[in-house]
Design a protein around this ligand. Structure first.
Ligand code: LLP
Length: 419
């Protein structure tokens, strides 16, 4: 359940009319509900009560400082994939002992940074990374706590770009090789083995692939125990899907119940790395209609948000619902909702049935709280849009709209071009 609702035909975020925010800050902007974030986190996290666990929010889904701060306040840890994400997490007040670090290309300086901060666990994704990490820890006179991210070869039945647990994907280490890498890791002086990690993909709407992955991980944990390699943490990654359109993903309680059942008697702390299920439906993108163009084949509704602001429809062909901020009577139209960018791939929706619109009408692109702003860019030299958070009847700008000056920050015209 989220906190975007209509009252007298007008969309509200909690107790604030979205139109009021648009009047004050202009469009486009991302809008997040504090209460939805809190509710989603608490529902997810409490579903694992009774099983030793740690919920590490996946920072890549939404990395705004205020959003991270909210998660920290709720007791959450963080799943990071870069030095930049770690920096943000720490700035938001995250406890480094609740931070896990995943990613196939961690650079030495990122490994060193995370070691110095004393994070909970490195999810190692290759044999070479293991060696690099051992050396980095040696240089810093410390030990690196690790899990190996295994690739369990499981089809999560999601979009190919966000499926990560198949042998053809670049992620993790195949099971047999992982066992050998654990044996090698045990010989390394500056590595401390503490976990096994796996993440099979994103926007997964069935529980079985998760259970299958957990079973494979458990099997590995038991094999390792026989070799006196003691695993204390099982990290099952993120990936639980949400409803964008007609999807019917399992409720976090059903998902947790199945996983907790599997965890019985394993004697490990379960780590989860949810992103989308916490933030996805806690945010919307608000945009204004600029022009409407009726072609012979199609009607185009051009809005002020574009693929640089929200790339999911262009990149994955994803469906994001589009709703009016103020509902009006009248005959629905079928249109492509497009942005001002010079690419045919710049659309937020195709052949979409929407209520009648005219220039200056406001629209909400729903389910945009995860992988929305974080994937935005400055393409076509478009300043990135602001992010706003609502709490009850208050709202606050949690990231300012970029100005033209911001577009050129760090750029220089070299002297030799001036002669
Ligand atoms: N842990 C790891 C190691 C991940 O790679 C991801 C997502 C997550 C956790 C969080 O997954 P979630 O719970 O949010 O599904 N940009 C795409 C999604 C990419 C997901 C990448 N990894 C999209 O907009 O659909």
């Amino acid at each position: 359940m989220h906190d975007f609702h209509y009252d007298h035909e007008e969309l509200y975020c909690e107790d604030v009319p979205v139109r009021k925010i648009a009047d004050e800050v202009g469009t486009p902007f991302y809008l997040y509900s504090n209460h939805t974030l809190e509710n989603h986190f608490n529902v997810f996290d409490s579903a694992f009560d009774g099983t030793d666990h740690l919920t590490c929010f996946s920072v890549k889904a939404n990395s705004n400082l205020a959003v991270l701060k909210k998660i920290v306040t709720l007791g959450g840890g963080m799943d990071v994939v870069s030095g930049g994400e770690l920096f943000r997490a720490l700035r938001a007040g995250a406890d480094p002992r609740k931070v896990v670090f995943s990613g196939v290309g961690k650079q030495v300086k990122e490994l060193e940074y995370a070691l110095r901060e004393g994070i909970l666990m490195f999810n190692v994704e290759s044999s070479q990374e293991l060696v690099a990490l051992d050396q980095a820890a040696g240089r810093l006179g410390t030990k690196a706590p690790i899990a190996i991210r295994v690739n369990p070869h499981i089809d999560p039945k999601t979009h190919p770009y966000i499926s990560t647990g198949l042998k053809k994907n670049k992620f993790g280490i195949e099971m047999q090789q992982a066992l050998e890498d654990y044996r090698e890791a045990q010989k390394l002086k500056h590595i401390e083995i503490i976990g096994v990690d796996c993440h099979i993909g994103s926007q997964i709407t069935e529980i079985d692939p998760f259970v299958e992955a957990l079973r494979k991980v458990k099997e590995l944990v038991l094999t390792l125990r026989e070799e006196s390699i003691h695993i204390r943490y099982i990290d099952l990654g993120g990936g639980l899907g949400i409803t964008y359109d007609q999807e019917q993903p399992p409720h976090p309680r059903e998902y947790a119940a199945r996983l907790c059942e599997e965890m019985h008697g394993v004697d490990c702390t379960l780590i989860l790395e949810p992103g989308r299920v916490i933030a996805g439906n806690a945010g919307i993108l608000v945009t204004t209609v600029i022009y409407i163009k009726e072609g012979t084949e199609k009607t185009f509704v051009t809005v002020d948000a574009a693929m640089n602001d929200l790339i999911r429809p262009s990149l994955y062909g994803s469906f994001q619902a589009i709703q009016p901020i103020v509902k009006k009577p009248g005959k629905e139209i079928v249109a492509d909702i497009v942005g001002p960018i010079c690419e045919s791939g710049d659309f937020l929706a195709k052949d979409r049935t929407i209520p009648p619109v005219k220039p200056n009408d406001l629209l909400a692109v729903m389910s945009a709280g995860a992988y929305g702003f974080t994937m935005s860019s400055n393409y076509n030299s478009r300043p990135r849009v602001p992010e706003i958070m609502v709490k009850g009847a208050q709202f606050s700008i949690i990231r300012e709209r970029e100005r033209y000056e911001d577009l050129m920050r760090g750029e220089h015209i070299p002297e030799f071009l001036n002669t």
